[in-house]
Design a protein around this ligand. Structure first.
Ligand SMILES: Cc1ncc(COP(=O)(O)O)c(C=O)c1O
Length: 393
């Protein structure tokens, strides 16, 4: 087992001040930022205000940091820097695609059991399907959120107007990792686009858009990258960029030449007006921090924490786990419920003890979700399980 994080954990935990006050196991919602990320944002805001927001030095700093962030993201997900578009969030990325594609009546989209997807990757498709009269085909899913390839292949064989498949890479409620590479292969064979909601995967597990065979992918800074709110990324493969029309047009994204509006090339074409520069600065520092630790080290630590948590919970009689058994098919997320006490009450009681988990739904069941990250320790997991035992007794 890779011990990089165990050996460096005390130093890393100093960078996350939340560790002095709480046990924070809710990184699948919003992760805290490291001190260096917070400092990079405040340093930028001071510099910006002292040197002049529109000064030559700040403009060139912004241009430089935008390129740096694109480079970091290109390393993180294995794409080209010019394929990296700055958005506000995953939701904005999904909406860029849902509303920017040139849909024709009766075109089709395949989703993975709609109501089991995060609403961010369901409602935008539903909305566009109503407006453009396109059809949504939902894959049947099992209790852990997985589907059969035969189901996917049968829809593709029967429906010749499918334009896109959209899936979460990892599920927000139980951490199941979808077999994206195989879906990418099937999508390519059928000449269908693959959109991936990577909100729960980038920064947590390896994401390689080439291996996945995905065309478009969206994620935020504020979850597993430990960056700020209000900034996210839409990856759009160069090959298909012309299939998506920008939702907004304005300065920075287009020009007006000889009585003609001309869209700029990618990624600028999708970035009308000024962007969230403090967010870009923070995300760049956070991505650099993450890359320094390394996704393989993060993944090993996640597996260690998840395995320990599951082992400890399995010793408690009234607890039922709601996640896939095979650790390789899940992220660090562990979901559970008790037949003794309501999940919401467990979350509230843990919160009162300074332990932060989340309450989520799996089908119609409310469960407790733990989502530890690289700065969390095994001691925190044990302490959390001891608190759960006390609450249930
Ligand atoms: C799988 C998934 N998709 C999308 C979202 C929404 O992300 P954002 O707030 O960046 O739009 C979340 C947030 O929890 C999520 O877990």
């Amino acid at each position: 087992m890779n011990n990089f994080l165990v050996n460096n954990l005390s130093e890393i935990r100093k960078d996350f001040s939340i560790t002095k006050k709480k046990i924070y196991l809710n990184n699948g919602s919003i992760a805290p930022m490291s001190l260096s990320t917070i400092k990079s944002i405040t340093d930028f805001l001071f510099r910006y205000s002292e040197e002049g927001p529109d000064s030559v030095s700040i403009s060139s700093f912004i241009e430089n940091i935008k390129s740096e962030l694109r480079l970091r993201i290109s390393h993180l997900i294995n794409c080209l820097p010019e394929e990296v578009i700055f958005t506000q969030s995953t939701t904005e990325g999904v909406n860029y695609v849902a509303n920017g594609m040139d849909w024709k009546k009766n075109d089709g989209i395949i989703l993975r059991g709609g109501t089991h997807e995060h609403y961010a990757n369901y409602l935008p498709w539903l909305y566009v399907s109503h407006r453009k009269k396109i059809k949504i085909h939902e894959l049947n899913i099992d209790q852990n959120g997985f589907f059969d390839f035969s189901d996917l292949e049968s829809i593709l064989a029967k429906q010749n107007r499918i334009k896109l498949i959209s899936l979460s890479h990892a599920l927000y409620n139980n951490g199941s990792i979808m077999p994206i590479n195989q879906v990418g292969k099937i999508a390519r064979e059928n000449n269908v686009l693959l959109f991936v909601d990577a909100a729960q995967s980038v920064g947590s597990i390896k994401v390689d858009v080439k291996e996945m065979g995905c065309d478009i992918l969206a994620f935020p800074a504020f979850k597993w990258i430990c960056g700020p709110l209000g900034i996210g990324i839409l990856y759009c493969n160069n090959r298909i960029k012309d299939l998506i029309r920008p939702l907004f047009v304005g300065g920075e994204s287009a020009t007006y030449e000889k009585n003609k509006l001309v869209l700029n090339k990618c990624p600028e074409r999708f970035q009308a007006g000024y962007r969230n520069y403090p967010g870009i600065v923070g995300m760049e520092t956070a991505a650099r921090y993450l890359l320094r630790i390394g996704i393989d080290n993060i993944r090993s630590h996640h597996l260690r924490l998840s395995k320990l948590f599951k082992q400890e919970l399995e010793r408690i009689q009234s607890i039922k786990l709601h996640c896939v058994e095979n650790e390789n098919e899940k992220t660090s997320i562990v979901s559970f419920s008790s037949n003794k006490i309501d999940s919401k009450l467990i979350v509230d009681k843990l919160y009162a003890n300074g332990i932060i988990l989340a309450e989520r739904n799996i089908f119609d069941k409310t469960i407790v979700r733990s989502s530890p990250h690289f700065y969390n320790s095994e001691e925190e997991i044990i302490q959390t399980c001891n608190s759960i035992k006390k609450i249930l007794n």
